[in-house]
Design a binder for this molecule. Structure first.
Ligand code: 5CA
Ligand code: ZN
Length: 393
């Protein structure tokens, strides 16, 4: 897999179990194709590991208390907890429809407020955090002195670029009183009308990055084999997640940081805040099969940034119907050569093992079907198990 920190392709099979953490949703709106693309990429990784007989443990969080969620709940006149619970359930249903295997641990931030507060209290005690009013910030410079983490080790970005991204993605570089404009919020003190918990660091609620550090360590232990998400999380989220974990444990958050590309629509990154969304559910309700939606996404390399158009879905539907007719024609014919694994299985394995080359794997199936001889049961199983597309009943 491509590792953002080193910029290289690195093995993700280490001989032991694989521990995967993928940053989960902020549950205030339905799952869009960008989400689906990211979770499908890591679903493909899980399928490759399982195929290689690696035992896998997989965690996703949900950021179920955060500004956009609170704003949406207020706008809809519903309780924020209700909105989060409802959208989390819809997300699980949509992912299941796409054949995306659920994580082993699915942890909401509100389930771990106490442990997060304890972690923040430890960072304060250790001198890598400071109070500003009722809030607590992570002290970037102190962490560089006192822990093995170095700013930029995950993202590799310049300081200028970090400042821009921090401002765009939930940071507050312009807030007066911070020791470094990049210092991220660890704990947000109570504000009128906002949810707040009484904890060892005082009242309030967790900052964003620390939630993932704490949930990763509690559910899987660190270092994770892979920390995943889309590339919008490279900075500040995964940079400071790594920083918090290094300050708390003395070691790295993950061996490999993998980032999926961003799916755009109508010229811009699909995002809940911009509102340029294509929802998974909308396509399924309009009668498009979930397998076709899945194939439309698999036709793009997971690290690519690309723009969704209806042509993606049309191509996938045509492809799926070609694959399905080939599967119907195949009946129960044994694989070509009983002594060897079918070539198609080996090619699909090899393509996916090469940084999840799903377009290459899909092309291999196309070529195999174009060759015309009936598909054997092992080939059908390979397409089902590795690409998650079931062709026969
Ligand atoms: N709750 C945080 C992570 S801790 C969060 O980013 N939530 S989210 O709902 O905004 O995004 C959920 C996941 O989908 C993240 O991994 C994010 O990187 C990914 N994602 C968001 N928008 C897109 C997009 N347009 N294309 C691809 N992936 C996306
Ligand atoms: Zn996260």
């Amino acid at each position: 897999m491509h590792d953002t920190a080193s910029g290289r392709l690195v093995p993700t099979e280490t001989g032991g179990p694989a521990h995967l953490y993928v940053c989960g949703i902020t549950p205030y709106d339905a799952a869009h194709l960008g989400h689906a693309n990211t979770y499908l990429a890591f679903d493909t990784l899980v399928r490759c590991w399982v195929d290689a007989r690696v035992s896998v443990e997989y965690t996703q969080n949900t950021t179920d208390v955060d500004d956009p969620l609170l704003e949406r709940a207020a706008a809809r006149g519903v309780d924020w907890r209700e909105l989060a619970a409802e959208q989390t359930e819809l997300f699980r249903r949509d992912m299941a429809a796409l054949g995306i295997l659920p994580p082993d641990h699915f942890v909401a931030v509100t389930e771990v407020i106490g442990p997060i507060a304890e972690a923040v209290a430890r960072l304060l005690d250790d001198g890598v955090a400071y109070r500003l009013g009722d809030d607590v910030y992570f002290d970037t410079a102190a962490a560089e002195r006192l822990s093995p983490w170095r700013l930029g080790e995950e993202s590799g970005l310049s300081r200028g670029r970090m400042l821009e991204l921090a401002a765009e993605r939930g940071g507050d570089p312009d807030r007066p009183g911070k020791r470094d404009p990049l210092d991220p919020l660890l704990w947000r003190g109570p504000r009128p009308g906002e949810p707040s918990w009484d904890t060892v660091v005082g009242a309030g609620r967790p900052g964003w990055h620390v939630e993932c550090s704490v949930i990763a360590e509690r559910t899987l232990g660190v270092p994770l084999t892979v920390q995943g998400g889309a590339s919008d999380l490279v900075f500040p989220h995964h940079e400071f997640g790594a920083a918090h974990t290094a300050a708390l444990t003395g070691g790295p958050l993950a061996r490999v940081y993998c980032h999926a590309g961003l799916v755009a629509y109508r010229g811009e990154k699909m995002s809940k805040s911009l509102g340029n969304l294509v929802f998974v559910r909308e396509l399924i309700d309009a009668g498009h099969g979930p397998a076709a939606v899945r194939l439309a996404l698999l036709a793009h390399a997971y690290r690519e940034d690309w723009e969704w158009t209806s042509a993606d879905l049309e191509r996938a539907e045509k492809r799926l119907s070609r694959w399905r007719s080939a599967a119907r024609a195949s009946g129960r014919t044994p694989d070509q050569d009983g002594a060897h694994l079918p070539r198609l299985l080996e090619t699909v394995r090899a393509r996916l093992a090469d940084d999840l080359d799903t377009p290459g794997a899909v092309a291999a199936v196309d070529a195999r079907i174009a060759a015309g001889s009936p598909l054997g049961p092992v080939e059908l199983d390979a397409i089902d198990a590795l690409l998650g597309v079931r062709l026969a009943d």
